[in-house]
Design a protein around this ligand. Structure first.
Ligand code: HEM
Length: 435
């Protein structure tokens, strides 16, 4: 029995679906802790949304994600209002008409489609990107350093000027998309990933949705697919464009969806971890100093950044049969929303979860999800973070926030709009000349 006051299903549901909630970290952590303290999934009925079970315990997110025969993805994958769903589903129960990405698929299709690009993302293949990641880190570090004055001190909005662009450049380079399309890629991925934020928004109240940018995305990627079928190259776009399922090429919808997932998932998630990680370090000078002394902690520090930020706030599943989750009966057809941010701050799994610890070990964070749908880009993403921060640590002596961070309003893919920092370059080196 929980000692907590009962949860109001409408008010709590409204808070969980509101994009604004996730831009106020203390408030959202209080809300998620209250839900976690119930001990079992909680039924919520937000206004304008179909009801769902809020799953907030680490063990329950792991259990549901592991069993994708009982909890399927294709029916309802993320929180959208009834209006947005009506637009996206085009009258049907499935997403099929608009997007059919890996994350939307269930077995056996999921396994077959995942196999198309999976080998490209294995540890060995990703490690081959290390050289270009290092080069890109040096390029971005050059941009940061160029902001320093003669005293080696400079200011920059780390989120807007570094973190947003670094992972986007990585994924574009991996896919083989020309640099000249950078502004287009940025605009399209932002509309898809942050439709609720007033700075990027489409009018969600009028039923507009994240799917509105898909026609433009589709035209763009269909041209890429045609090009790589005609003239294969050594890039991920070629792998997807020439992938086969049962001997036949990927359908148009599935191939375009594959590209869209790569562009969006490969960009904003890592950008969020990078920017939130910078804020965490800027607010903890002792952690930055220790990382400089003990760079072998970089791996665990990157893992802690990912836990701390948990860029993707939730994914959903639908029960295929009457079952039980965390002691709660769930009926066939009911949806669950798995809140990774809540799971990653579960006191049953993490010692002092509200502390940012660069040496946290073990760190059983599940920001990448769990089970058959576990993030395909996790090796790449970790490598991006460690390569960037290794570069930054080698060049930056110290850093501090110069104002508050601004967090994206999104109940799905979170991120940072602004992380304003002041930094001091190491050794007084500015553009190669000693000061
Ligand atoms: C910190 C960075 C990242 C986070 C937090 C993250 C998070 C996630 C999560 C939670 C899922 C599971 C979806 C589910 O269970 O339904 C997922 C799946 C996926 N992610 Fe990531 N991701 C990150 C970076 C990346 C990168 C860099 C790429 C690619 C370049 C990527 C590509 C994918 C793909 C393709 C899937 C679908 C896998 C499947 O359904 O089988 N992600 N990611």
């Amino acid at each position: 029995m929980s000692a907590e006051a009962p949860i109001d299903p409408v008010a709590t549901g409204n808070a969980l679906v509101a994009a604004r909630s996730f831009a106020d970290l203390p408030a959202v952590h209080t809300l998620l802790a209250r839900l976690r303290n119930q001990g079992r999934p909680v039924w919520v009925t937000p206004d304008g949304y179909r009801p769902f079970w809020a799953v907030t315990r680490h063990a329950q997110v792991v259990a549901a994600s592991s069993d994708n025969a009982t909890f399927i993805s294709s029916r309802r994958l993320n929180l959208m209002s009834r209006l947005q769903e009506a637009a996206a589903f085009k009258g049907g129960e499935r997403y099929g008409a608009v997007l059919r990405t890996l994350v939307h698929m269930d077995e056996p299709d999921h396994r077959d489609y995942r196999a198309v690009a999976q080998p490209w993302f294995n540890a060995l293949a990703v490690r081959q990107q290390m050289g270009s990641l290092k080069e890109l880190s040096e390029e971005f570090m050059g941009q940061l350093a160029a902001r320093a004055g003669a005293d080696g001190v400079g200011e920059i909005d780390f989120a807007a000027e570094i973190a947003t662009w670094f992972p986007l450049r990585v994924i574009m380079s991996i896919l083989g998309i020309p640099l000249s399309d950078l502004p287009l890629m940025h605009r399209l991925t932002k509309t898809l990933s942050a439709p609720q934020d007033p700075d990027f928004s489409v009018d969600t109240a009028a039923g507009a949705s994240m799917f509105d940018s898909i026609p433009e995305f589709t035209d763009y990627f269909l041209a890429v697919i045609a090009d790589r079928r005609r003239a294969p190259r050594n890039d991920l776009a070629t792998v997807i464009a020439n992938g086969t399922i049962g001997g036949a090429p990927l359908g148009e919808l599935e191939a375009v969806s594959y590209f869209i997932t790569m562009a969006v998932a490969g960009h904003d998630t890592t950008a969020a971890a990078m920017a939130g990680g910078c804020q965490a370090l800027a607010e903890r000078p002792e952690a930055w100093a220790r990382l400089k002394r003990e760079p072998e902690l970089l791996k665990s520090a990157a893992e802690e950044m990912i836990r701390w930020v948990t860029p993707i706030k939730h994914f959903m599943r639908t029960a295929t049969r009457n079952c039980e989750l965390g002691g709660q009966a769930i009926r066939a057809g009911e949806a669950i929303a798995m809140f990774y941010l809540a799971a990653n701050f579960d006191e049953e799994v993490f010692d002092a979860p509200q502390e940012f610890r660069i040496d946290r070990s073990p760190n059983r964070q599940i920001a990448f999800g769990f089970g058959p749908h576990v993030c395909m880009g996790m090796v790449l993403s970790r490598l991006e973070l460690t390569t960037w921060y290794a570069e930054m640590l080698s060049r930056v002596e110290s850093l501090a926030m110069t104002g508050p961070a601004r967090i994206l309003e999104s109940n799905f893919l979170g991120g940072y709009k602004s992380v304003p920092i002041r930094f001091r370059l190491a050794g007084g080196q500015v553009n190669g000349s000693s000061i």
